[in-house]
Design a protein around this ligand. Structure first.
Ligand SMILES: CCCCCCCCCCCCCCCCCC(=O)SCCNC(=O)CCNC(=O)[C@H](O)C(C)(C)COP(=O)(O)OP(=O)(O)OC[C@H]1O[C@@H](n2cnc3c(N)ncnc32)[C@H](O)[C@@H]1OP(=O)(O)O
Ligand SMILES: Cc1cc2nc3c(=O)[nH]c(=O)nc-3n(C[C@H](O)[C@H](O)[C@H](O)COP(=O)(O)OP(=O)(O)OC[C@H]3O[C@@H](n4cnc5c(N)ncnc54)[C@H](O)[C@@H]3O)c2cc1C
Length: 662
């Protein structure tokens, strides 16, 4: 397949003609620099030149088994293509390109993410030396098997046991109940021959909590399930049905002592336990994946936005002024209001994902030298950002679908597949409400620490009991972000007051926590969004000195829109705590509408700058040339029902019904 940039339709030509900024420069910023843009494009070119990676037939038309096989075929082809051309799977993941070819549920995605990350992050040197080369070269293929039928969220409640037998120096893995069955892990059903398994460690009759074990599930030659193991696929799901999410049961299955991951905690041959430096270090793979998901969610949102914004520039509907030609639907203010705040969100998430990655890298480096102090901050930030990013990506993607009217409901728009894939992100890797409650715990703890005069870590330092008063004018970006911060401080203070009041009136702290949890989740959400606003403002102001004025202006407008939108969403809180008044809110609302009209002018160019090629968008509505109707029509011709004029169903059912004497 060659990269031919088709001539675009007149509507899009006109839109692109209005571009006042350097698109390439914006692309570079989004990629993280010109070198990364260049690298991404090299990977893309290589993938585009591998026709086997592209579907001839939509997975919707394949049987469940063929769908899985086809995706497995593409996944393995992708890995070998990358390898042959000197790239790693990680290059395809971090640029998004590889995943977009396989977003119906890539059966190797858990191997290249959580399985490998666990080996890298949880192994001692011997284990690393043994397992990493095998996994990197796909000699063993694995997944991350933690969730069970009975427990996903509550990791401490998992029921699978790993009991040490010091006579044979083995662990005995067992699923004592039906609810102990591992359930959900991606690629567990049929693809993986290994899994990293989270199980309760038992030594001398005492439980030491969840620990991670490397377990071989299938024979490496025959791929048959090993004795003592039952494994299979869990059946169709809302989306990603080309994956083989699976179940797994152990019947007193034995593995060597050396198969417990021993970087952080150890079991000696005589069955003694050596504690880790921090009790949650075994949750490290989850934290790392949450960091990756923030990027992933922003990328999926951007695909939906490109589709919906290009389509909105091509689609004409109704009369704005009686008798005038039908306008582009993007000219309707309501359409701009649906799409452009989400476009701003995409940029905000992209900058925040980058900031989070830096925190992750810094914390990981610290862990290497035994420094655990950044771990709570990383846990709170990664939990909050994972939750906000997936919530917003899911909401934004669905709004993009709705903004495309009926055609957004077509599979060929690709919006349903993007939506169902990212919708799982709200649940997997920590259900979002649960993650917000973890953030809230950190906020309350920090707020209380501050009342006792302790210094707070950077992401929560604005919560200190006596913050310096903001000198920025309210209507400046900084002034509004400070107002949002004041709102969060007020919310957290209020939550703390309510918790204390309940405890003082005789409730247990846990009952009080539950009675305040709706408000606590709101605190966590507001805190994370405040952090995102800060990252966005910081990034734009830092870029200010280095980028051209056109690009800076677009970024400034997007950042402003994000902040204004956030202030309006939080109006109730900001009024209650006196951070803004009604007059200010009225002018903020007016400014937002004005900004929508300004950003509309270059909206197509902005999404062009995200630079996702048609083969990765996979959408009849969002292609570069805007040739929407022809593409929709051509896709419909591929329906198997159109292979014959009269279907079997007619002879089998309709005709007998018509002939029956009813
Ligand atoms: C850039 C490249 C990236 C590439 C990657 C990928 C790219 C994207 C590709 C997309 C594909 C992604 C595929 C993912 C598929 C899904 C896989 C899964 O769902 S797998 C399954 C995913 N499953 C889940 O995510 C399960 C979710 N559940 C959990 O994680 C835990 O049960 C829990 C955190 C909710 C509670 O844990 P529990 O043990 O009950 O703890 P308590 O509540 O009692 O709190 C006690 C203290 O511990 C503290 N603390 C807690 N955690 C941490 C931490 N990590 N650290 C530090 N501290 C932590 C807590 O703050 C508290 O501190 P304090 O206040 O006392 O000071
Ligand atoms: C597509 C997909 C892929 C997955 N892949 C994997 C995988 O590869 N490996 C793996 O191990 N797992 C995987 N999972 C499982 C996933 O991690 C869990 O589903 C997730 O952690 C949520 O747990 P749960 O299903 O037990 O939900 P539950 O915890 O039962 O959630 C149900 C409801 O209860 C609420 N709730 C639960 N606890 C609390 C609380 N403490 N306070 C307030 N409300 C609460 C939640 O907010 C939610 O509304 C996958 C899931 C999906 C959907």
């Amino acid at each position: 397949m060659s990269v031919v940039v088709p001539e675009c339709c007149d509507d899009l030509k006109r839109e692109r003609g209005r571009c006042l900024f350097n698109k390439e420069e914006l692309t570079n910023i989004l990629d993280g620099g010109p070198k990364l843009t260049e690298k991404r494009r090299r990977i893309e070119k290589m993938l585009i030149n591998t026709p086997e990676l592209f579907d001839d037939v939509s997975p919707d038309y394949l049987s469940h088994e063929d769908r899985y096989s086809n995706e497995l075929r593409k996944a393995t082809q992708l890995m070998t293509t990358l390898e042959k051309n000197g790239f790693t799977y990680n290059d395809a993941v971090t640029t998004g390109t590889g995943l977009w070819l396989l977003m119906d549920g890539n059966p190797l995605s858990l191997h290249i993410s959580m399985f490998l990350d666990t080996i890298k992050g949880q192994s001692n040197p011997q284990q690393l030396q043994e397992w990493l080369p095998l996994a990197e070269k796909f000699k063993i293929i694995g997944t991350y098997a933690q969730t069970e039928l009975g427990h996903g969220t509550f990791v401490r409640g998992l029921e699978t046991t790993a009991t040490y037998d010091s006579t044979t120096k083995e662990f005995v893995l067992h699923s004592p109940t039906i609810t102990a069955t591992k359930w959900w892990p991606g690629a567990l059903g049929k693809t993986s021959n290994h899994a990293v398994v989270m199980a309760q460690l038992y030594l001398g009759g005492k439980c030491y909590g969840p620990h991670i074990f490397m377990v071989q599930l299938r024979d490496l030659e025959t791929h048959r399930t090993l004795p003592g193991i039952v494994v299979g696929e869990i059946g169709p799901r809302l989306g990603m049905n080309s994956n083989d999410n699976g179940f797994l049961q152990f019947n007193h299955h034995r593995i060597p002592l050396t198969n417990m991951f021993m970087k952080h905690s150890q079991v000696t041959e005589d069955g003694k336990y050596v504690k880790p430096l921090h009790s949650k270090l075994s949750y490290g793979t989850m934290v790392q994946t949450r960091v990756g998901i923030v990027y992933h969610a922003s990328r999926e949102l951007s695909r939906a936005l490109i589709i919906a914004i290009r389509y909105s520039a091509v689609r004409h509907q109704s009369e704005m002024v009686p008798g005038d030609p039908e306008p582009q639907i993007l000219d309707y203010q309501t359409q701009q209001y649906k799409l452009l705040p989400h476009l701003a969100s995409f940029f905000a998430l992209r900058f925040s994902a980058r900031a989070l990655l830096e925190v992750f890298i810094g914390t990981s480096a610290g862990l290497g030298s035994g420094k655990m102090n950044m771990l709570p901050e990383l846990h709170a930030l990664s939990s909050g950002l994972k939750a906000v990013a997936t919530n917003d990506a899911v909401k934004g993607t669905d709004i993009c679908r709705l903004a495309c009217g009926g055609h957004g409901y077509l599979s060929s728009s690709n919006l349903p597949r993007i939506y169902t894939a990212i919708a799982a992100g709200i649940t997997y890797e920590g259900e979002n409400t649960v993650l917000f409650l973890q953030v809230a715990r950190y906020l309350i703890k920090s707020f209380r620490a501050s009342s006792q005069g302790q210094t707070l870590p950077f992401s929560v330092s604005y919560l200190r009991v006596q913050p310096p008063s903001s000198h920025a004018p309210l209507m400046s970006d900084r002034g509004l972000v400070d107002a949002l911060g004041a709102g969060v401080r007020w919310m957290v203070g209020e939550a703390e007051r309510r918790l204390q009041q309940l405890v003082d009136s005789g409730h247990s702290p846990h009952a009080a926590w539950n009675a305040c949890s709706v408000h606590l989740v709101q605190c966590a959400d507001a805190h994370t969004r405040y952090y995102i606003c800060e990252q966005f403002v910081d990034a734009v102001s830092k870029l200010g000195e280095t980028v051209s004025s056109g690009v800076h202006e677009v970024l400034r407008q997007l950042c402003r829109l994000y902040i204004l939108h956030r202030v309006i969403q939080t109006a109730g809180i900001l009024l209650r705590c006196g951070a803004v008044d009604g007059k200010a809110l009225t002018s903020i609302e007016e400014e937002e509408c004005h900004l929508l009209a300004t950003l509309r002018i270059q909206a197509v160019s902005i999404v062009d700058a995200i630079d996702i090629k048609d083969v990765f968008l996979k959408s009849t509505l969002g292609a570069w040339d805007g040739n929407v109707y022809q593409r929709i029509y051509e896709e419909a011709q591929k329906s198997p029902l159109n292979k014959s004029d009269v279907t079997q169903g007619y002879y089998q059912y309709l005709r007998p019904l018509m002939k029956a004497n009813l």
